[in-house]
Every structure is written in structure tokens, then in C-alpha cells.
Design a protein around this ligand. Structure first.
Ligand SMILES: Nc1nc2c(ncn2[C@@H]2O[C@H](COP(=O)(O)OP(=O)(O)OP(=O)(O)O)[C@@H](O)[C@H]2O)c(=O)[nH]1
Length: 477
């Protein structure tokens, strides 16, 4: 019979115990910032519960239920005339189950639908993530209020007037903090969060204002302080709307810092907003601050997918530049670089020679020895020629067994000599039946002034045709 090792049991018990403590800590923080009975500016336990279910699935059920049960009992401890212990336990169980079930459904649904992210799917995944958070917090609000109604803690009128505020508080907590808690839990307990990988691309291509993370954070905190202090003194709704400007430094962080720093900055800024708000008690404008928190977080998550898409674009662009097989420039990239050289010639005059060459009887190599040997021949020919030309010359694959060469600062005569040397240096390719010497035919033109690349290519192609007609293994210029 398989028995669970004692140390594994002890370590998971410790994890669950510390999860319960963490949950109670963030619940306590939310209660400190309550601005109406049961309603605080933002509700971090919503984010922690959802993050737990997303990361560890059904194993999160007992610790979250236990934490909510403790929270319920804690509330009774503060009452001067609490009901009997049995009623306390029963009521706490109803409230705890309402919260736990709602966030468990959201977390399980996330697991079932998100799966592994691919890089290009990042924006869609962020959208699914936001939708799940919106629906889960709505469900959590509904079930929580129903729980309070069932235990006689809130009247129907009370519920009707407070459900929106309750929901927005939960939404702000879950939206801002779920990804942060996912990061924290996966780091300290080594849970798998590899599905966040598409958002964790290295931002090494974004040197703009990097390494100023503390200053960016300071600007955000300063904006929060300024806005809430002004709100307190002027007490005008328009002042509170300035809190939305926090999204500017936040987006700066998103585009120039790591995923971790983005999530930490969101957590810090939400805490700072809640603390300043609590300090001054600008309760009338609570909704503005709550909506701002939601919008700033949602913006940041969408923003996070932008660097990953940029990175993907750069990778794809890199792939289109290089010919996969021979590792020389692709046809499109060759033309792009050649056009640049032609333009450069307008300022300083130097000759340019264009060469088109094609392996001779290549079809026969393919037919006799197979396409793998054919591929090997193409690679060998390209590598040999690239090793013999100068850094300033350009080699590209036109397609099939045809290549392009742009010889920098060489007139027709010099190019002819160079190319003849290349022709004689072509290697032999190893086949199962012994090695086979490679041959090629070359057509060369000197690109005249005011001639387009396409016209020069046509002339070089005709020269190549002549070389083939003359019996192959020739250079025609
Ligand atoms: N192994 C391999 N073969 C390729 C590749 N691309 C094209 N080919 C083959 O290359 C051959 C090109 O033959 P051609 O250039 O038309 O004819 P050839 O036998 O070289 O004859 P000449 O050019 O007239 O000397 C065709 O059989 C193509 O199928 C490739 O990437 N790998």
C-alpha cells in the first residue's frame, strides 16, 4: 500500500497553515480600510483566493474554507453580545462556503479553459483572464450577500443598496492582486506558473529609461499622494479623477520592466491608494478610486502582452532574413541590403557587380542520391562561397539551387576574376557512393549608374543562361 511520506505531509500542512495566515492577514488589511459596513476600497482576499485555486486547484479548498471560517469567528469575537457558539460556527460556515465556492468555481474554470499559452495568444488570454475575474467576483458578491441574508446579517434593502460597492471592491482586489499572488505563491512554494511565460519575455530590447524602477514607482506614489491630498482639501469629484493619471507611469513600468516588477508595482500602488484614502477618509469618492484601480490593472495586463508580441515580431523578422537551409541571406533580405548598397553609391562612387549562379546538374544529384544529399550540396556550396568572399560582399539564396552574389567595389573585370576563383573552389559532396564534385554556372554584370536592381538581375540571368548553353561550369560576364 502506498503511504504518504511524513515529511511531505508536514510540508503541505505547513503550506496550508501559512496560506491561512496570509489570507487572514490580507483580510485584516481589507477590514482596516472599510469605508462602509463590509465594504472596503479593495478586497485583497478575493485576489488571494482566486490565485490559490488557479495555482493548486481543489487542494486550495480546505485552507481557504478554514481561513474564511476563522474570519467569520473573528468578527463575532469583536461583538459585545455574540450569539451562542453553535450559531457562530454555523453562520461562519455559511459565509465561508459562499466565498470559497464562488472563487473555487472561477479558479477551476480558469484551469480548464486557459491551458498553455502561446506567445501570439497573449492578448486573448488576458481578455479571458479579465472576464473570469469579473464574473467570479460577481458570483462571489452574490453568494456572499446571499450568505449574509441567510444568517440575518443584512436586510434585502441593505443588499440592494450595497451590492455594487461590494462587487467593485472585490473586483479591484481580485483584478489588481490575483496575478501578484500567483507570482508570490508560485515563487515561495514552487508551484507551476509556466503558463505566464508568454508575458515574461526579456525586455532587453527596450533600453529606454531602464533601471529607474524606483523613480518610476516614486512618481506613481507621488501622484497618488497629490491627488488624494487635493481631493481631501478641495473635496470636488473632478479632483479624484486625476488618479487615472497613475496609469501613465504604470504603463512606463509595463513597457520597460519585468513582469514581476509590473505586478509588484500594481500591488504597491493599490495599497498606497487604499492607505492614503483611509488616512484622509475621502469616502465620497471611493468609487472613482476603485474604478481607477480596476482600469489601471486591466491596462497593465494588456500592456504586458505588447512586449511579448514585439519580441515575437522580431523573432519572425529574423527568421525571414536568413535562408533556413543554407544560412545565407534570404531572397527578400538580399534585395533589401542590395538596394541599400545601390543607394549608398549615390553619395560615393564605387563599382558594384551582381552575380547569379546555379549549380549544374543538381537535379541529377537529387535523383541519384536523394534530397538529403542534395540539401547537403546546397549547404556546402553556400558555406564555401561565403567563406571565400569579403565581409562587404553579400550572398543570398534566390531559390532552389540558384544563388545571388553582390560584389562590393569590383568592376566587371575584377568580378570575373573573383568569380572564376569561386567556381574552381566549389567542393565535392559526400554521397553513399563516394564523393561527387559540385559545379556551377555563373552570370555576372556590373550594375551601371541609374540601372535598377531588377534590370541588372535580368541581364545577369541572361548571362547565366549563356553560361549554361555554352556547356555549364562557366563564367559569362
Ligand atoms: N535537395 C534540394 N533540392 C532542391 C531544393 N530546392 C530545389 N531543389 C531541386 O533542385 C533542382 C533544380 O534543378 P534545375 O536547376 O532546374 O536543374 P539542374 O539539374 O540543376 O540543371 P541545370 O541547372 O540546367 O544545370 C530541382 O530538382 C528541384 O527539385 C532544396 O531546397 N533541396
Amino acid at each position: 500500500m502506498h503511504t504518504r511520506p511524513l515529511h511531505s505531509f508536514a510540508s503541505s500542512s505547513f503550506r496550508y497553515f501559512s496560506l491561512i495566515c496570509l489570507w487572514l492577514l490580507v483580510w485584516w488589511a481589507a477590514r482596516l480600510l472599510e469605508y462602509q459596513p463590509y465594504i472596503s476600497l479593495w478586497y485583497p482576499p478575493a485576489g488571494l483566493s482566486l490565485a490559490t485555486f488557479i495555482l493548486i486547484g481543489r487542494r486550495g479548498f480546505l485552507p481557504i474554507l478554514a481561513a474564511t471560517l476563522c474570519a467569520g469567528m473573528w468578527m463575532y469575537l469583536e461583538q459585545s453580545q455574540p450569539p451562542p457558539l453553535g450559531t457562530q460556527l454555523w453562520n461562519s460556515l455559511i459565509l465561508g462556503s459562499a466565498h470559497t465556492l464562488a472563487y473555487a468555481i472561477g479558479g477551476f474554470y480558469f484551469h480548464a479553459t486557459i491551458g498553455k499559452w502561446e506567445l501570439h495568444q497573449a492578448p486573448q488570454r488576458v481578455l479571458s483572464f479579465l472576464s473570469i475575474i469579473i464574473l467570479t467576483t460577481l458570483l462571489g458578491t452574490w453568494s456572499g450577500l446571499t450568505g449574509f441574508y441567510l444568517i440575518g446579517g443584512m436586510s434585502a434593502d441593505n443588499i440592494a443598496s450595497s451590492w455594487l460597492l461590494w462587487w467593485i471592491g472585490d473586483l479591484a482586489g481580485a483584478l489588481v492582486l490575483t496575478p501578484f499572488f500567483i507570482l508570490v505563491l508560485s515563487r515561495i512554494w514552487d508551484y507551476d506558473s509556466s503558463w505566464l511565460r508568454p508575458l515574461t519575455v526579456k525586455r532587453s530590447h527596450m533600453p529606454l529609461w531602464q533601471h529607474l524602477w524606483h523613480r518610476k514607482l516614486f512618481i506613481m506614489i507621488a501622484i497618488v499622494g497629490l491627488v488624494i491630498t487635493s481631493d481631501y482639501y478641495y473635496n470636488h469629484p473632478a479632483v479624484a479623477y486625476f488618479i487615472f493619471f497613475v496609469s501613465l507611469p504604470q504603463m512606463w513600468i509595463v513597457f520597460t520592466e519585468s513582469l514581476e516588477r509590473t505586478l509588484v508595482s500594481l500591488a504597491i500602488i493599490s495599497l498606497v491608494i487604499a492607505l492614503w484614502f483611509g488616512f484622509y477618509g475621502v469616502d465620497e469618492h471611493a468609487l472613482t478610486y476603485q474604478f481607477a484601480l480596476c482600469v489601471i490593472a486591466a491596462n497593465a495586463y494588456f500592456g504586458l502582452s505588447v512586449p511579448s508580441l514585439l519580441q515575437q515580431n522580431r523573432d519572425l523578422e529574423q527568421q525571414t532574413r536568413i535562408d533556413n537551409l543554407t544560412q545565407v541571406a534570404s531572397r527578400a533580405h538580399f534585395f533589401k541590403l542590395a538596394e541599400r548598397q545601390l543607394q549608398g553609391r549615390r553619395d560615393s562612387d564605387f563599382p558594384l557587380a551582381l552575380v547569379v549562379f546555379d549549380l549544374d546538374a543538381f537535379k541529377a544529384i537529387n535523383d541519384q542520391y536523394g534530397h538529403l544529399v542534395g540539401d547537403q550540396a546546397l549547404v556546402l556550396a553556400a558555406q564555401t562561397i561565403r567563406a571565400l568572399i569579403r565581409q562587404s560582399d553579400l550572398l543570398g539564396r534566390f531559390g532552389g539551387d540558384e544563388f545571388l552574389l553582390l560584389l562590393h567595389d569590383q568592376d566587371l573585370q575584377q568580378a570575373h576574376e573573383t568569380v572564376d576563383r569561386l567556381r574552381q573552389s566549389l567542393p565535392a559532396v559526400a554521397t553513399p557512393k563516394g564523393s561527387v564534385q559540385l559545379y556551377a554556372s555563373f552570370g555576372i554584370v556590373e550594375i551601371s549608374h541609374n540601372e535598377t536592381l531588377q534590370d541588372a538581375l535580368q541581364r545577369a540571368d541572361s548571362a547565366l543562361l549563356q553560361a549554361k548553353r555554352k556547356g555549364r561550369n562557366q563564367v559569362v560576364s
